[in-house]
Design a protein around this ligand. Structure first.
Ligand SMILES: *Cc1c(COP(=O)(O)O)cnc(C)c1O
Length: 391
């Protein structure tokens, strides 16, 4: 039968990162010795005090609907986080808790963009951004970058891309997939242009806490009242607290935008899971002692992987300053990214995500959210694969 699939759904490509991760996991389940560099999630467990808070809430019967945009206690804890860590004053009514940072992004785009609007997306981009823009019937406009600029757009590039139709700029620093981090000065320069031109900024700051080599994070909302008024911050619990499966994200927005998003969410998902929200309160108000331990481990893996990748002929890699990804340039191997990744998986059972998924076909994404032993084994195999190409 010819099923009627709506254009908004049929024009989407399913998430390639989730697909590769699933393929690697199923090969592993079938007993194959797969090394996975595809993970977009920490390999550490959620800290115990967070799990306990959710378990206690569940046992205590906290199992009913909550206010659609989140429990007051959590929205307050999030507002406190912004004040404490970012110097930003938000009322709890400006905070919306959603079913994952991904859902927060989608809410923002759905509530602010429509047909005829253009959304500026620097590439390499998190692969869901352009698809979300299309779901909102708006038009993604890609601003390409390369390793020569550490994958950052320039103020001139931004200015040249803005038209009368530009509604939103999406910023993601630290970045998935490249690990690059804008300096405060760079962020301010981009924010200044958006303020001048009346363009909103969706600032995805979910990797805020994962920084290396003394890199600092500064939210674009923090430079002036005007910057604040033009910015919606998206964040979540997935990365710094390793809560990917909990499905909890949040955003902070100017009041009218928060109100619009509240309406969208109240008619789509309603509240994020009740007892998970209690875990999130513990994540924000409890001990953060896990974080330096994880960061030290990530930093060790990053240095090893970066050096090893650069020692392989045909591959060059700028070091990342944040998140848990490296984005090596593979153009010296003569292969495009999809071909590279499918042959690598076939020949050496190593799963990496082709750069094409993020709009950059000359690169791979290597996640170092996996043990150092795995990284050593996987990159040895990757080296053997690349050297084999030359014979
Ligand atoms: C992981 C991630 C998110 C949010 O993920 P959720 O699991 O939906 O919370 C948002 N943006 C980027 C860039 C990410 O990598």
């Amino acid at each position: 039968m010819n099923y009627p699939i709506a254009r908004r759904a049929s024009s989407l490509s399913p998430s390639l990162t989730l697909a590769i991760d699933a393929k690697a996991k199923s090969m592993k389940a079938a007993g194959e010795d797969v090394v996975g560099f595809g993970a977009g999630e920490p390999d550490f467990d959620t800290p115990d005090h967070i799990k306990k808070a959710a378990a206690d809430a569940l046992a205590g019967g906290f199992t009913k609907y909550t206010p659609s945009s989140g429990i007051p206690e959590l929205r307050q804890a999030i507002a406190d986080k912004f004040q404490r860590e970012n110097g930003l004053a938000y009322k709890p009514s400006q905070i919306i808790v959603s079913c994952g940072g991904k859902h927060s992004c989608f809410n923002v785009i759905l509530a602010t963009c429509q047909e005829g609007d253009e959304v500026l997306i620097p590439s390499p981009y998190w692969l869901s951004y352009p698809e979300m823009v299309k779901l909102a019937s708006a038009t993604p406009v890609i601003l390409p970058t390369s390793d020569k600029t550490e994958f950052k757009i320039s103020p001139d590039q931004l200015r040249a891309a803005i038209t009368a139709r530009t509604r939103l700029l999406i910023l993601n620093s630290p970045s998935n997939p490249t690990g690059s981090v804008y300096t405060p000065e760079e962020i301010k320069a981009l924010g200044d242009i958006c303020v001048e031109k009346g363009v909103l900024i969706m600032s995805d700051e979910i990797y805020e806490h994962l920084l290396y080599d003394g890199a600092t994070h500064r939210s674009v909302a923090s430079f002036s009242q005007a910057h604040y008024d033009h910015t919606i911050i998206v964040h979540g619990f997935a990365k710094a607290w390793s809560m990917t499966g909990w499905r909890l994200g949040f955003l902070a927005a100017p009041e009218p935008i928060a109100k619009a998003i509240d309406a969208v969410q109240s008619h789509s998902t309603s509240n994020p899971t009740s007892f998970a929200q209690k875990g999130a309160v513990a994540a924000l108000t409890g001990s953060q002692a896990h974080l330096p331990v994880w960061l030290a481990e990530y930093a060790k893996r990053r240095t090893y992987a970066w050096q090893k990748l650069n020692s392989i002929p045909g591959i060059s890699c700028v070091n990342s300053k944040g998140a848990f990804y490296l984005f090596p340039n593979i153009s010296g191997t003569g292969l495009k990214s999809s071909d590279f990744c499918s042959r690598l998986l076939e020949a050496e059972k190593v799963a990496a995500v082709p750069g094409i998924a993020f709009g950059a076909d000359e690169y791979l994404r290597i996640s170092y959210a996996t043990s150092l032993a795995n990284i050593e084994k996987g990159l040895d195999r990757l080296e053997r694969f690349v050297r084999g190409l030359r014979r």
